[in-house]
Design a protein around this ligand. Sequence first.
Ligand code: PGA
Length: 248
Amino acid sequence: MKIITVENYQEMSRKAAEYIVDKVISKPDLNLGLATGGTPKGVYKNIKEDHKKNHTSYEHVTTFNLDEYIGLKQEDPNSYYQYMYENLFKHINISLTQTNIPSGLNENIQAECTEYERKIVDAGGIDLQLLGIGSNGHIGFNEPGTPFTTKTHVVDLALSTKKANARYFDKINEVPSQAITMGIQTIMNSKEILLLVSGKAKQDAMVKLLSGVVTENFPASILNQHHNTTIIADEEAMELVKNMSYVR
Ligand code: PGA
């Protein structure tokens, strides 16, 4: 894994947006995997600004989001559909028909999982997957203990994840208990991964990730075995890592 350390959240967001924009310019029909949460918001803001200023085109880009809550309507302000629309899609020239987010409303959720995998494969696979990391090491909504072999599947959210995401809801019991997420194998099949890490809350996660120990108890650890992963982390997230003798 290649690690780029930057000063702060703004710098991480700017660099990551630049990275993505460069990929879109060099491959206009890029299959781009996207993430939600607090971490990538600044990246999307920078992409939007670049689009306004430099007219980078997303006309031929196809996107695949990592995950979605089960049970929230698309128009729910907390659905990842809304998140993507408000933070990115409505600001760039991408047709919504080229954006893919697993549906947490399909009554046949197993069929939805199979169909989502098929769409990714039919598109030729994900060229670049943007990722955040949970403080418990989750990637997408793949919580600790998830087998590394999983494809898109349904998950019960860990209490720590519900707590972390409760900030967007009125009460913690409004946070859905389940989600549909790309599996760890789905993520690992991406040709390239860009992992963003910012802030104190992720310090322990960075230590575990960079220790090099690969375990299903810390899902992100599998990224140590991905052949083309870049981490952009800010100084705060890297604080405890600085003195580690072994950093891959
Ligand atoms: P965050 O979430 O960006 O809101 O910290 C990251 C994640 O849970 O993957």
